[in-house]
Ligand binder design. Structure first.
Ligand code: GAR
Length: 222
């Protein structure tokens, strides 16, 4: 558990492991953030995908990042998949695990082991439009169904619940007349997700995020 006098890392580059299930645009935002200096003091050491055919794996490959896929389909049962996943995470010795559109129910052991060292990007302003069943495009469908005028994205630490951990950063995005789920998803990604995910990682990599009483405190000063 991090405390205010215990920054996550100071002397070495933060070793990031990114877990993905889809196209990997948030993975790309991290890669770009490291390349253009919005993220300092960090490196991606491994990408793990839960399926073999997603474009995120190509992005990893093109950027020289070791990547592997661990699919539930390749294991006899959930227990064996969970073990393989956790082994593959631990083997890389990450300082921070980033769930960048990783649509997998995590092994409890992984959540416990990476408490305050695992973050997730969610495409809405938690606690709205989150929890079980709220992922990917479905989130934006629900937002449009309800008719809210403001949505956004949230980066949070992962705990045992679904989207319930300490919130690190949020950014609001306007819903516009005529939006479809796809149009809104794109705007939320461009204006919020690809901005706050790199920013949160940079804050963590530079020891500027602490968790106290289930809430994040951040120091943006250098
Ligand atoms: C992103 O919109 C991310 O916020 C969402 O999945 C998408 C992945 O896109 N995650 C969730 O809904 C988690 N509850 P990407 O593969 O292009 O980064």
């Amino acid at each position: 558990m991090l405390t205010s006098d215990e920054p996550m890392t100071q002397n070495h580059k933060l070793r990031i492991l990114v877990c993905v299930s889809g196209g990997g645009t948030n993975l790309q935002a991290i890669i770009d953030g490291i390349r253009d200096g919005r993220i300092t003091n960090a490196e991606i050491i491994r990408v793990i995908s839960n399926n073999k055919k997603n474009y995120a794996l190509t992005r990893a490959e093109e950027n020289g990042i070791p990547a592997l896929s661990i699919s539930p389909k390749d294991y006899a049962d959930r227990e064996q998949f969970n073990k393989a996943l956790l082994d593959a995470v631990n083997e890389a010795s990450p300082d921070l695990v980033v769930l960048a559109g990783f649509l997998v129910v995590l092994p409890e052991e992984m959540t416990a082991q990476y408490r305050n060292r695992m973050i997730n990007i969610h495409p809405a302003l938690i606690p709205s439009f989150c929890g079980k069943g709220y992922y990917g495009l479905k989130v934006h469908e629900k937002v449009l169904e309800r008719g809210v005028k403001i949505t956004g994205a949230t980066v949070h630490f992962v705990d045992e619940g679904t989207d319930t951990g300490p919130i690190i950063l949020q950014k609001a995005v306007e819903v516009e007349d005529g939006d479809t789920p796809e149009i809104l998803q794109k705007r939320v990604m461009e204006q919020a997700e690809w901005v706050i995910l790199p920013e949160a990682i940079d804050l963590i990599a530079n020891g500027k995020v602490t968790v106290e009483d289930g809430k994040c405190r951040k120091d943006r000063k250098s």
